[in-house]
Write a new protein. Structure first.
Ligand code: RP5
Length: 162
């Protein structure tokens, strides 16, 4: 049963989400990835969201480019936390999707991460943090992940100054 779902507006978004999906594999988080568009397949999106909620879903991640309403539409259909990833597509390279995702009117929140690949990774890490509120083993993995990151920066600095 998935704890997290990653929705994307089109399969063309998939490459940009790979680092986020890898985070769930690394942390052992059950997840599903679905192509569901807010514009092109609105009924399929809401049906899939409801089905996953019934199965015990805890966090929704929604990635879309252009006039990116996917995260906001998901948030309007669920009480679960929703994280939005603005996908960077030409011609505006993600500024369009950033504003469409982040500028939610008051009342229906979307936690928006940065544009593109970094955002995909951070969306997954944010989802892990949310799940870790209730799961001590996940919190410990997250702590070790941060420690490893800090060590890698210190190693880079040592190598630079050798
Ligand atoms: C959005 O439109 C998708 O999330 C994608 O980023 C963008 C373009 O989709 P395609 O035309 O490549 O299918 O809904």
């Amino acid at each position: 049963m998935p704890q997290v779902v990653i929705f994307m507006g089109s399969k063309s978004d998939l490459d940009k989400l790979a680092d986020g999906i890898a985070v769930f594999r690394e942390f052992g988080v059950d997840h599903e990835v679905h192509v569901c568009s807010a514009h092109r397949s609105p009924r399929y999106l809401t049906e899939t969201l409801k089905r996953l909620e019934g199965d015990g879903l805890q966090v929704v991640i929604a990635a879309a480019g252009g006039a990116a309403h996917l995260a906001g539409v998901c948030a309007s259909h669920t009480l679960l936390p929703v994280v939005g990833i603005p996908v960077d597509n030409p011609p505006l390279n993600g500024l369009d999707s950033l504003l469409s995702t982040v500028q939610m009117p008051a009342g229906i929140p979307v936690a928006t991460v940065s544009i593109g690949k970094a955002g995909a990774k951070n969306a997954a890490l944010l989802a892990v943090s949310i799940l870790a509120l209730k799961v001590g083993s996940l919190r410990e993995k997250l702590r070790k992940y941060r420690e490893a990151m800090a060590e890698s920066v210190e190693k880079q600095d040592r190598e630079l100054n050798q």
